[in-house]
Design a protein around this ligand. Structure first.
Ligand code: KG4
Ligand code: ZN
Length: 373
């Protein structure tokens, strides 16, 4: 029997940050839509970290230890799959919080070893990219894919299936991090993205003129152009992002306005909504300008946007409108696949498995791990 030809049920595990997640992803046999999610369980730690205003790494890794067994059992039960029917395990190797990643990697190795099945280490961002194929089927290639989350703002060229070339990245804060920090200084709690998204709908986006940083030239902090060799030299430096200046501009505005208020009095709700709307307009424009410009320079046949911030309603609506204007199909995952989950790791794991990549027992969790395959 040709084992490689048998459709595989893969158990995927994701613990890179503050979600303990497990999923069963199966192959469909259909090359256009290769994977099917049989179950996907996410145990979120948001309630724990909210109390501290952000993620506390030590608390995150301890909670992963508490949750991992139950989450995997729930994923197997929901899929109706016995341990013995699992053909391979995929796990997020990095990047992320090393103490969190270690829990998933140790569990995945133990499971795979006990069952005598292969283990496939997966890059977290490959997971976000493959969430698009998991949801929509194979993308028209080449594709320009923006991965935008709390930890990352990275633009990739996907020239062929399973190949990811970095062409742009943030030089400082990730877009989701900017959302979270701005929400914190407005007193909106953690995580900030959904709160700002909601309030922005009630605000005036042209009330405050926040700056957007455009990187158009060499600077001392840039080791080399991110997209060098892939983009024309004249534009290779223009695909990077920067959000820390915007965050500081919001901070200054909040400080100025608060100075005229009595001590202990917060900004009026309309000011907060207007700040949210104005901030969001600038972030969304910065993300989409670079992505669609790069798509044009690269002759992309489609645009993908993945990661937690792709849940943003304004980003989704504007991306679709721009896609329609430039006759480029735009793909965004459903909300459940945009924030961290294990189904996307399963998809990227099956992609690697079918490309013949299987991990050794020696691989380890990596807090920083480049993705350019
Ligand atoms: O992909 P993800 O779950 O975790 C990382 O890999 O970082 O992304 C989480 C990020 C957080 O910064 C959160 O504020 C942001 O995604 N986020 C949003 C929205 N929903 C989640 N940002 C803007 N608008 C949203 N609706
Ligand atoms: Zn993520």
């Amino acid at each position: 029997m040709n084992l490689a030809a048998v459709a595989v049920n893969l158990l995927a595990i994701e613990t890179s940050c503050d979600e303990t997640a497990a999923a069963l992803v199966a192959e469909t046999g259909d090359p256009a839509r290769p994977w099917h999610v049989r179950s996907s369980i996410v145990a979120s730690q948001t309630a724990i970290h909210r109390e501290w205003g952000g993620i506390v790494p030590e608390l995150a890794s301890r909670q992963h230890v508490r949750d991992i067994c139950g989450v995997v059992e729930a994923a197997l039960a929901q899929a109706g799959v016995q341990r013995t029917d699992v053909g391979a395990v995929a796990v997020t190797q990095g990047p992320g919080l090393v103490g969190s990643l270690l829990v998933g990697v140790a569990f995945a190795k133990a499971f795979a070893w006990a069952q005598g099945i292969p283990i496939i280490p997966v890059h977290h961002l490959a997971g976000h990219i493959e969430s698009l194929t998991l949801a929509h089927g194979e993308l028209p290639l080449p594709a320009a894919v923006l991965v935008v989350s709390g930890g990352h703002t990275s633009l990739f060229l996907v020239p062929e299936r399973g190949v990811y070339r970095l062409i742009g990245r943030t030089r400082d804060d990730a877009a989701g991090e900017a959302y979270d920090k701005v929400a914190k200084l407005l007193g909106l709690g953690y995580p900030g993205g959904p709160a700002i998204d909601r309030l922005a709908r009630e605000g005036r986006e042209d009330r405050f003129n926040f700056p957007v940083t455009r990187l158009t030239h060499a600077d001392r902090n840039a080791p080399r152009a991110t997209g060098s060799g892939l983009l024309p030299a004249a534009v290779a430096r223009r695909t990077d992002f920067s959000f820390s200046g915007l965050k500081t501009a919001v901070l200054r505005l909040v400080q100025e306005r608060s100075a005229s208020l009595a001590p202990g009095v917060g900004l009026p709700p309309q000011d907060i909504a207007d700040i949210c709307a104005s901030f969001q307009r600038v972030v969304v424009e910065a993300l989409l300008d670079r992505t669609f410009e790069a798509a044009g320079w690269l002759g992309a046949q489609s645009v993908g946007i993945a990661g937690g911030v792709s849940a943003n309603s304004r980003l989704r609506a504007d991306a679709e409108a721009r896609g329609a204007r430039s006759s480029l199909p735009v793909f965004v995952p459903p909300i459940a696949l945009s924030t961290d989950n294990a189904a996307m790791i399963g998809a990227a794991g099956l992609r690697r498995y079918r490309a013949g990549v299987v991990g050794t027992w020696e691989f380890n969790a990596e807090a920083s791990l480049p993705l350019s395959v």
